[in-house]
Every structure is written in C-alpha cells, then in structure tokens.
Ligand binder design. Structure first.
Ligand SMILES: Nc1ncnc2c1ncn2[C@@H]1O[C@H](COP(=O)(O)OP(=O)(O)O)[C@@H](O)[C@H]1O
Ligand SMILES: [Mg+2]
Length: 623
C-alpha cells in the first residue's frame, strides 16, 4: 500500500525499472486520487531513484524498457499495478541523450523543424489559409475542401525524435525547478510570470544544446513546450484561433470546431489517447478549483479567459471522454455591425439608444439563437458611464466597454454534495443591495426572478433582459402565463420590446418587431412601432407610438419635435461611424463616453472627422 513506506519504495523502484516517465507516473497517481503533496513526494523520490538507475546503467541501454498504459477505470486506491502491456508511443522513456545524437540532431533540426509539415497530406483544395501564433509558436491553418466536405487542417511542423527527446528532458528539468504543479495555480499573473521564466530557461537550454537551431524553430519548440506544460497542448491553437466559436473534443480521435465563416468542421487533429482527454479535463477542472473523476464525471466551468468549458467522461459520454469549449467572444458584435449587416436599421438603433439613455426598460425576445443576447449586448454602450451596471447570467456572454461602471455576476451550479449553488434569484436579490442603476438579466425564465425583476423596474431601476418568445404578443403571453405569471398590470413597466428573428433559410438575424406594451380593455397588447418585411428585407414604421413617446416626454420634458430631432442626431452619429468604419466595442464606448461627458467635444470630433480621437487601442476586458 501507498502509506507503508517500505512497500512503496519497492513500487517506485519497479516503476523506474519499467521505464516510467515522471509525467506518466504523476498522471497515474493523480487519477488514483492521491493528494497533491503525496504525489510530489513520490515524484521526487522517483526522480532520485531514476537518476541512480540511469547512472548505474552503462551505454548498453539500447533496448527500450517497457512501460505500460495505466489502467484508469479502476477506482480502488491501491498501488497501481505495473504490467507491461500497451505502450503509448509518447510515453516511452528515452535513453539519456548522447553527444553524438546531438551532433546528428543539429543537422536534422536545420533540415526538418522549420520546413517539414505534419505528414497529413493536404486533404483537399485549400479554400482559405491563415496562421496563428501563441507563445511564439506559429502554425498554419488551412480550410480545405475534401470529398467528404470542408475540413479544418492544422499544419504542425514535425519535431525530429531526438529533438523531441531533448524537449522532454527540458520539460522535466523545468518541472523539477517548480516545486508545485503548474496546473494548481489559479492566479493568471503568477501563471504568466512562471511562463516567462520557463520560456527563458528553455531558450537558454536550447541555445546551448542546439546552437544551430533557427529562430523560428526555437520559437516553435518553446511554444509547443509551454502548451504541453501549462495548457491543453495542440488544442491551445484552436482556443487561440479567433475564427472559432466552439471546440468539441468528441473523443481523442474526433475533434470538431465551429468556424465563424464555415460553421461546423471536422479537424485533422488527433490526441494520443483517451487518457489525454481526461488529463485535459483535469487541467481545466483544477484551474477553477474543481474536480472531475469517474465518480464525478461532469464538469461545467468558466475559465479565467471567460471561455466556458464542459467535460463529460466516458461512459457517461458514450463515444469517449468529451470536452466542449465555448469561446467567449473577444470581439463582440456591436450596434454598428448590426446596422451594417441589416439586423436592424439606424432608426431602430436610435430609438434603442434613446431608451437606454433615459433609463427605460427594454426586453429582448426571440427564439433560440435568434440573437437576443447579441442585440442586448450591442445596446450596452448606450448606458451613461457614471451609472452602476450589474449583470447576471448563467454563462458569461456579455461584454461591456471599459468606460462603464460594470459588475458582471454569474450563477453557479451545486457541487457533487449539492452545495454551493448560487441561483439567478440569489444574484438578483443581492444585486438590489448593491445599489445598481441598471440591471441586466441574461435570461428571464422563472416566476420568482420575474417578480423580483418587475419589482426592481417598479422601484426605479432600469432593467434589460432576454425572454424566449417569437413575437411581441407572445412575449406578453409568456410573461403573464405560467410558469412566469407576472400580473398583466406590471407589464406597463416595460417600455420597449425588441423581437429578434432568425431566418434559417437565408442564414440571417433580423429585428423582427419593435413594440411597446399598452393596456387594452382587460389585458396588455403589443403596439408595433417597427416591423421587418421579409419579402423586401426592410424595416418599416408600423403604428404611431401610444406609450413610449409619452413616457419619454414625462421623463425628459422633450416634446415630440425635440425627440425627433434627437433621434436624427443619433442617426447621424451612426452614419458617421459607418462611413469611417469604426465599429469595435471600445471605440464605441469612447464615443459614448464623450456623448455623455463632453458633447461639445464629440460634435467637434464629428464635424472635423477627428477619427483618431475615437479609435481606441484594442484592449480586452477579460484577460
Ligand atoms: N445580428 C446578428 N448577426 C449575425 N450573427 C448573429 C447576430 N446575432 C447573433 N448572431 C450569432 O448567433 C449566435 C447566437 O446569438 P445569441 O444572441 O447568443 O442568441 P440567443 O441569445 O437568442 O440565444 C451568436 O453567437 C452569433 O454568432
Ligand atoms: Mg442568449
């Protein structure tokens, strides 16, 4: 047993003789549920034994020792049995590298590292090519048309075996420098610091051992090393490809991605084994202070970058260990994008701006994936900068310009012991104590939330939320009937309702209706201000406003003429932005900031086309 020192030493000795690597052993122990501290102790001892063992062996180490794949499905906490069965190629211990190997390898490296690509031949005709770079490693991506459809092909330079062995050595060396497992560190700053340190160290070693390595090759090797040590290996390239929205590891042999332009595509990427997928799931889980194991095979986590990761282990996922990574949009759709792609027009956008400026309540309706959240988010820059904004979501989707005073909250599901859940209602109730001016609710689903939300509207907070409903009238029905059951009279607090529609045939999203709610004889009905005409793909003004303008005049003292003038001004601002191709979130945030704090300056900028004053350097809020 592990606890008894004597037996365990014998067990380690056996592991050394069988040619285990530190990495394999570590994985094996962690999967068996041994505590981190104990694992480190064992590994230290293992490394010591291994050194002695290697030293005692002379140059006759030609036949490779036989390691085996650890058995993972066994839950008992017994010393893992070391039987020489399956061999994972990457796990075979390399003999210590000899000087003559280095000589040969220098030659190899010059020839191969940079130029040779993965042995996957182009599978078809490339439609699009681009490259991405992370931690200095640069790779080519090609979207290729094959017989079975369009494919996402990642071209990774081949690393010659001798170099690979060297990289493994470096990895071991680096890991032994850092006493703690890197995966345990949650704080992003420390991770970055450590990463820089590692990269410098690795660079030193490489320069010393492979002096003829080209800069590109060195960068690639170091980048690969970093991703293997601190990240999800090759998957990191996918995570860092800005064209991808979703990455699905169906199992180790099937990885699919959702490409912004091409939709779902199969990739050419394969992982070494199912264990590698489990290992990645573990890395993700540890980063967020959670666990995933055979007994607790589900994981839903928000990673620091804002990405969301979900993992389900075999046999619950019947095709193998599965990880789904839904990437946080780092460059969200803005109102200018939505005008440009005709999701809505300048008139509708200016009405929304007006509504947000004067603290009206707006609901965003629509079916699944109709663009409710995108439309809601695109309106957020209209909020004045000195207002306290609190948002509540199940998953982080919203992204506001940095000028805003924003506090994003997310719900949390309970852990395995059914503890620690934080519901939308908890957040909502708590948020009211945070003195918010504006409350954003990701999605309104249940009665309790709706009650609190309408109560908040009633008490003078300005509220934005999405609701699942296909038309404005259906929104009313949804809200006033079970399970939400808000009293119809309360709906008077809703000033505007935007209804989004996804035209699947044309693959477009449109603001289908813009409505206000008015009380009829004995119920609420929707009065359509604008609607979309599918045949012409245009928006048309429908009815005259009965409530919205009235309410606005009451709030602002503006008469209808003044309101119209204001709307025209806003439309001119949109036209200016479109003309100068300014569309990104931070630049819009800056413009809005001027609008609310120094309108004269804004007018000066607009009049003299001082674009530089508006364009913001790209910064991302989540880092
Ligand atoms: N106006 C739009 N134009 C183009 N694509 C859009 C638009 N709105 C949404 N999308 C796409 O549809 C996806 C789903 O939109 P989302 O707003 O999250 O839907 P919902 O909240 O209605 O479920 C987004 O990730 C985005 O890629
Ligand atoms: Mg949504």
């Amino acid at each position: 047993m592990m606890q008894k020192g004597g037996d365990f030493k014998a067990w380690i000795k056996q592991a050394v003789e069988k040619g285990y690597t530190t990495r394999v052993l570590r994985g094996l122990l962690l999967r068996r549920g041994y505590p981190q501290a104990q694992v480190i102790k064992v590994l230290n001892y293992f490394e010591k034994m291994k050194k002695q063992f290697d030293a005692s062996k002379t140059k006759t180490t030609l036949n490779l020792p036989k390691p085996m794949t650890p058995i993972t499905n066994n839950l008992t906490k017994q010393t893992p049995k070391l039987s020489p069965k399956k061999i994972e190629k990457s796990e075979i211990t390399k003999k210590p590298i000899q000087e003559k190997d280095y000589q040969k390898q220098k030659e190899d490296d010059k020839k191969t590292v940079k130029t040779e690509l993965m042995q996957v031949k182009p599978l078809g005709k490339p439609i699009e090519e681009y490259s991405i770079e992370i931690d200095r490693a640069k790779v080519e991506i090609k979207i290729e048309k094959t017989e079975t459809g369009i494919m996402y092909v990642l071209y990774l330079p081949i690393i010659p075996p001798a170099t690979k062995a060297l990289i493994d050595e470096i990895r071991k060396e680096l890991i032994s420098i850092s006493a703690i497992a890197i995966g345990e560190i949650v704080d992003q700053k420390s991770v970055n610091r450590m990463k820089n340190h590692f990269m410098n160290e690795a660079s030193k070693i490489l320069k010393e051992k492979l002096p003829h390595l080209t800069k590109d090759s060195e960068d690639f090797l170091i980048g690969t090393l970093m991703q293997e040590m601190m990240g999800l290996g090759k998957i990191e390239f996918l995570i860092n490809d800005p064209h991808l929205e979703e990455i699905v590891i169906v199992n180790s042999k099937e990885i699919r991605i959702y490409h912004k332009k091409y939709g779902w595509l199969l990739t050419n990427i394969l992982l070494a084994s199912e264990d590698e997928v489990t290992n990645y799931a573990n890395i993700i889980a540890r980063r967020v202070g959670r666990q995933i194991s055979i007994l607790n095979p589900l994981l839903d986590a928000h990673v620091v970058t804002g990405d969301r990761a979900n993992a389900v282990l075999y046999p619950i996922a019947t095709k193998g260990n599965t990880i789904t990574i839904r990437k946080f949009a780092r460059d969200p759709w803005t109102i200018v994008d939505l005008i440009n792609n005709n999701t809505l027009n300048k008139e509708i956008a200016s009405l929304l701006w007006l509504a947000l400026e004067y603290e009206m309540n707006v609901l965003f309706s629509g079916g699944t994936a109709s663009g409710k959240t995108v439309c809601l988010n695109s309106c957020m820059p209209f909020i004045p900068p000195n207002h306290r904004v609190i948002s509540m979501e199940d998953t982080r989707e919203l992204m506001l310009p940095k000028f805003l005073y924003w506090c994003p909250l997310v719900t949390r599901t309970a852990n395995a012991e059914n503890k620690g859940a934080v519901t939308m209602l908890d957040l909502l109730v708590n948020s009211l104590r945070m003195r918010p001016d504006r409350i954003i609710l990701g999605e309104m689903r249940r009665q309790k939330e709706a009650e609190v939300l309408f109560e908040a509207m009633h008490t003078g907070h300005s509220v934005y939320a999405t609701v699942h409903a296909d038309t404005a009238n259906e929104t009313i029905r949804r809200l006033t009937n079970p399970p939400i059951s808000v009293p119809p009279s309360m709906l008077g607090s809703v000033n505007l309702n935007v209804v989004m529609f996804r035209d699947r045939r044309r693959g477009v999203r449109r603001a289908f209706q813009l409505a206000e709610f008015v009380s009829g004889k004995d119920s609420m009905t929707a009065n359509l201000l604008y609607r979309w005409i599918p045949e012409k793909d245009q928006f048309t003004q429908h009815n005259k406003s009965l409530a919205f303008y009235d309410e606005l005049s009451r709030n602002t003292g503006m008469d209808e003429r003044e309101i119209e003038k204001d709307l025209k001004y806003k439309q001119a601002v949109f036209a200016w932005l479109i003309k100068h191709k300014i569309r990104d979130l931070e630049s819009l945030g800056k413009l809005m900031n001027y609008y609310y704090t120094d309108k004269e300056k804004l007018n000066h900028i607009l009049k003299n086309n001082l674009i530089k004053e508006i364009i913001e350097k790209k910064t991302s809020r989540v880092k």
